[in-house]
Design a protein around this ligand. Structure first.
Ligand code: AMP
Length: 283
């Protein structure tokens, strides 16, 4: 497994692969890898000749009061997991490398960031769009895999790939969960024992909504009220949003007729957790 620490090294590596007519699949991450990340690598591995993983905690996608400084990291363990998953090369740039002095350009989208997480994280999606654009230019992949866990991010990336004419196939990976249903996240490491129990309120709410919709409930307000009461019955939970929206545009819907995205964000102490499900009333 090759380890590439600078932009020129990574670009050179990718150019050589292209010269050899080898295709590249790319999985960008912020590290502290878990089974959710591994599942993206497993999904991407058979799609191309080589598999590139990047680990970069992107500062521009964190707001001033967010967890940039405390974001968990364990590079040694990450590299061991990457090797086991069959990664061909790991791109491990530092901040200076990605954003050198006098760096000025930002990529921002007009509509998708106005919903869900974008409302409370105003700089987040411009940071994501900018770093992903840069990583696409550096790694030059044919395919890139992103998790549905960050559904809004996935939509942002699909849109920017289209808008900026990247010739890259975007593949979505299913949400990987702990046995009890909690969606895996590097941020779960922050949770205390009692918060870990309360964190189950997110995945349980998604199931509750699924049952109500299967029973014929079509009114998102009624379901939202039930979920709200349910989540609030768990200690330390602070609901940021519960949103029933159009899976493509992320706009709120007022009647559940077709497939709907239910997206939830809840704060447990300082830790912000998100989860979502696509729910189809006909199934
Ligand atoms: P992160 O390191 O949190 O920036 O995530 C890197 C990639 O892993 C993103 O595409 C995420 O959507 C994806 N990811 C994170 N958690 C999960 C999960 N539980 N299941 C599937 N994909 C995930």
């Amino acid at each position: 497994m090759d380890i590439l620490k600078t932009k020129p090294e990574m670009q050179e590596w990718s150019k050589n692969k292209k010269k050899e007519s080898k295709t590249i699949c790319f999985v960008p991450t912020m590290g502290y890898l878990h089974q959710g990340h591994i599942s993206l690598m497993e999904k991407g591995k058979p799609l191309c000749d080589s598999l590139v993983l990047s680990i970069f905690v992107n500062p521009t996608q964190f707001g001033p009061n967010e967890d940039l400084d405390s974001y968990p990291s364990d590079i040694e363990n990450d590299l061991a997991l990457a090797k086991k998953a069959g990664v061909t090369a790991v791109f491990l740039p530092n901040k200076q490398n990605i954003y050198p002095e006098n760096y000025q350009t930002e990529i921002s989208l007009q509509y998708l960031p106005n919903f869900l997480c974008g409302k409370s994280r105003p700089v987040h999606f411009a940071g994501v769009a900018t770093v992903v654009t840069k990583l696409f230019n550096i790694v030059m992949p044919d395919v890139a895999v992103f998790g549905q866990k960050d559904y809004q991010q996935l939509q942002v990336i699909r849109q920017l790939t289209l808008d900026l004419d990247f010739n890259i196939k975007i593949v979505a990976g299913d949400i990987i969960r702990e046995k009890d249903g909690l969606a895996m996240s590097s941020r779960n490491a922050y949770l205390s024992k009692s918060q870990r129990t309360s964190a189950l309120s997110l995945s349980k709410s998604l199931r509750l909504a699924g049952k109500l919709i299967a029973r014929g409930e079509k009114n998102p307000v009624a379901i939202r009220n039930e979920i709200e009461t349910f989540i609030q019955s768990f200690p330390e939970t602070n609901i940021e949003y519960i949103s029933f929206c159009n899976p493509a545009t992320l706009e709120d819907i007022d009647n559940i007729e077709n497939q709907v995205l239910l997206a939830i964000a809840v704060k447990l102490g300082k830790t912000r957790l998100i989860d979502n499900a696509l729910i189809d009333p006909s199934q």
